[in-house]
Every structure is written in C-alpha cells, then in structure tokens.
Design a binder for this molecule. Structure first.
Ligand SMILES: Nc1ncnc2c1ncn2[C@@H]1O[C@H](COP(=O)(O)OP(=O)(O)OP(=O)(O)O)[C@@H](O)[C@H]1O
Ligand SMILES: [Mg+2]
Length: 409
C-alpha cells in the first residue's frame, strides 16, 4: 500500500514519502504550486471547492473588490480549521448549505492525497497515511482527524504526536547521533515541547509527558498585529478595519501575517495598507523590532514557561538534554531564539527542516515500533475499561480491538 506522512498544520500542511530509490524520506512538492507547503485553507465558492493556495488566493484577490462581493468571498473561506474544529459543528455557507468540520479537514487531506499521487506515485492511489497531531489534542480531536482521513479516502491511518515525528524527521536527516533531544515546536496555532530519547536499538520514546498549548501560535501574533492596526485605523480614519466593529476581516488579517513574517528579517519595518471598503483609506504603521518584540513577548513567554516546566521535570528525573531543535514557522521570530538560549542547557538549533521535519518523521514512522516506541499516558479500553497502553491495540482482558482509547487526563 502506498504511504505518506502528513503534518496537518493550522496554517500549512506538509507531506512526505519515502523515496524507494533513495530509501530516504522526502518532502512532497505539491504539484499545483511547486512548493512543499500548502496553505490549510478551503474556499467554498459558487463554482465549487478550492483547497490550498487557490483558496488562499481568493483572499488576496478580494482586496480590490466591491464590499459585497468581498464579504461573500471572506464568508466562504475557512482558515485555521485545526484550531477551531469541534465535534458536530458546521461551517455555514453564505449562499445556504453547511459543511461539517470533519468534511473541511477531509477536503484538505484529500487534496494532499491527490497531489501526492500525481507528484510521487505515478497517479497510483495512496491509501495509507500517518497523520501528526499536537500532544495536547484530546481523544475526540484525534478521532475527528481519523474520521476526516477516512472521508478523504485513506484506508489505513496512524496518528502520531508532532514532536515525536519531528524528532524522527530530524534524526533521519542529520549525520549526528540524536539521543536526548528537546523539540520546541512553535507553529501557526499550537505549541508543543517534548523531550525525546533514542535508545541503543534506535527506538524513540517520550519518557516524560510533553507540554503544549492548543491555543498559542502565529495566529495569536497575527491577531495582536491586527489589534495594533485597528487602533491606528481608529486614530487615522475614525473607523474600524471591518465596517462592523465586532468583525475581524480575515483578508486583512492575512496581510498582517505577511508583515509579521517580514519583521523577523528587518530591525525596522514600514507597513502601508489600503483598508477594506467602503472608501479608499490608506493606513501606515512604522514598527521597530523592539516594539514588535514587546507585542509578541506575552505569547512567546507562554511557550518559554511551558519549556521551563518540562526542563524542570527532565532535570528532576535525572535526564540530560544534548540537542535542542527549534521547529515550526513561529520559531523564526528572533525573540524566540533569544529567550530559549537563556533557559536551555544547550544552544537551541535552527534546523534546515524547520517546516518539514514533522512530515518527514511521519513518513518513516513505523507503528509496529521499529522507529518509534512512544510512552503514552495511561488509557482505558473503550469496551471493558481496563487500563493499559495505547501500544496494545487489542485489549489484554476483553481481546477487542481498540481503534481509539479513552485517555486519562
Ligand atoms: N519569518 C517568520 N517570522 C514569524 N513568523 C513566521 C515566519 N515564517 C512563518 N511564520 C509563521 O509560522 C506559522 C506557520 O508555521 P507552521 O507551518 O510551522 O505552522 P503549522 O504547522 O501550520 O501550525 P501548527 O503546527 O501550530 O498546527 C504562521 O503563523 C506563519 O506566519
Ligand atoms: Mg506544525
């Protein structure tokens, strides 16, 4: 069965496969855009569904449109579904009709599947996937992901924690021996930090429960930047960005994301944006890196506090960290490196695979335990309630196969 690894991200998805010629994991280049990162964006337009860059481009295109047309588009675009998905909930389309959150996730996974088949598998079906998730994902969220993967057409699905996948991906692409690794993953919507160990037989395990935050990522920084624009817009033009003061204009917020990414490169940045209709209003903002740092500090500090908590447990249990890697797009923010450097026993590493390490690890993950042997939290059989490990798919008391387990929090 052809298999891929998928990093289903809040902002971007990446995917990977094991190239049979090199036997190495490689990032899949999405055929339609020629890039290894696909925006996790879906657009339900009058002419049908668009997923990925095509959907994202609808936001960009909308900036020059008339108010009504623009609103119609913005109300048909779904972003950051990973962060907002809820059981039994729907996205209501402006022209009537609704789609469940699972169906939205399935649309994204289906696009990845289809692109992988074109790019890597000679149009042969890909039916197996390892899909990663944040450590803080609850059982119901994992089940939603699994169900979405089934709707997308995958017949066999494994789920894997993101930092474990990142450790596997990093280890597979470095010549150094990776033994006691700290993975700091600061993405678009979520934050994870985990201590991953590799034993002498090459098995990876997570000896301590990782730390994470399901609502801490680049989206929060975009929101902070949006709020700053809102303030300036009120001062300069006596209006709000969206004509409705309680609305957030997601098209404008996407512009905030672009500007934020530039802030990591320059010490001082000048923004200039045309506000959404009505009227033609230009707003300007100058932001020095020091101001930007102040803006993002509370968000970055949340990740640092969680990392310190994990470091304390690592220490208390007598483990030692010999490598620390920074994963996830938001880890490119210079303040993150500065803060991490201040608390870690080793220099944090900026790695080449910052965007694709998780997907690379997912592609090589072997659920039978050859590469990964993850210590999970205690769980219970969904049939008879016996406490055991998620590694035991068949309950040792009732013998039934557990597709999902109830986690003890
Ligand atoms: N140079 C940069 N400076 C600041 N932020 C950046 C930079 N490059 C990317 N980002 C941000 O990184 C985030 C995307 O990172 P990534 O692709 O790792 O997230 P994700 O995997 O989609 O999300 P998650 O893992 O949280 O579900 C976005 O918020 C993006 O704006
Ligand atoms: Mg991620």
């Amino acid at each position: 069965m052809n298999k891929i690894g998928i990093d289903f991200g809040t902002s971007f998805c990446t995917a990977s496969w094991v190239n049979p010629k090199t036997k190495q994991p490689e990032a899949i280049i999405f055929h339609d855009i020629g890039m290894p990162k696909m925006p996790s964006v879906v657009y339900y337009g009058p002419n049908g569904l668009m997923v990925g860059m095509a959907a994202y481009n609808q936001l960009e295109n909308s900036s020059g449109m008339k108010q009504e047309q623009r609103h119609q588009i913005l109300q048909s675009v779904v972003m950051s579904i990973k962060r907002h998905m809820k059981q039994g909930q729907h996205f209501f389309l402006p022209e009537g009709g609704k789609v469940s959150h699972e169906e939205i996730v399935a649309a994204i996974l289906h696009k990845i599947k289809e692109q992988a088949e074109i790019s890597c598998f000679n149009n042969q079906p890909v039916e197996e996937a390892t899909i990663t998730h944040p450590v803080v994902f609850a059982t119901w969220q994992k089940e939603m992901l699994r169900k979405a993967a089934e709707i997308a057409g995958f017949k066999k699905v494994q789920l894997l924690e993101e930092p474990v996948a990142a450790a596997l991906g990093y280890a597979a692409t470095t010549s150094e021996k990776v033994q006691n690794l700290l993975v700091y993953d600061f993405g678009g919507g979520t934050f994870d930090v985990a201590f991953v160990q590799c034993d002498n037989e090459g098995q990876y395990r997570v000896p301590l429960d990782p730390e994470g935050d399901a609502f801490c990522g680049g989206d929060d920084i975009d929101a902070a930047l949006y709020d700053r624009w809102e303030q300036i817009t009120k001062e300069q033009h006596n209006r709000t960005i969206d004509i409705n003061p309680s609305n957030c204009d997601i098209g404008f917020k996407a512009r905030c994301r672009k500007h934020k990414e530039q802030m990591s490169l320059f010490p001082q940045y000048e923004f200039s944006e045309v506000l959404p209709p009505p009227g033609f209003h230009r707003v300007e903002m100058q932001l020095a890196r020091t101001d930007f740092d102040k803006m993002v500090e509370p968000i970055v500090d949340k990740t640092i506090a969680r990392t310190e908590r994990l470091l304390k447990r690592v220490n208390d249990e007598g483990h030692k960290i010999d490598t620390a890697i920074m994963i996830g797009g938001s880890s490119r923010i210079p303040l993150v490196y500065e803060r991490l450097k201040g608390i870690l026993p080793v220099e944090p590493r900026k790695v080449m695979q910052v965007d694709v390490a998780v997907a690379l690890g997912a592609a090589i993950y072997n659920p039978n335990g050859q590469q990964a042997n993850v210590k999970h939290r205690p769980t219970f059989c969904i049939y008879c309630g016996l406490k055991h490990s998620t590694a035991d798919r068949y309950c040792t008391r009732c013998g039934k196969k557990n597709e999902s387990f109830i986690e003890l929090k």
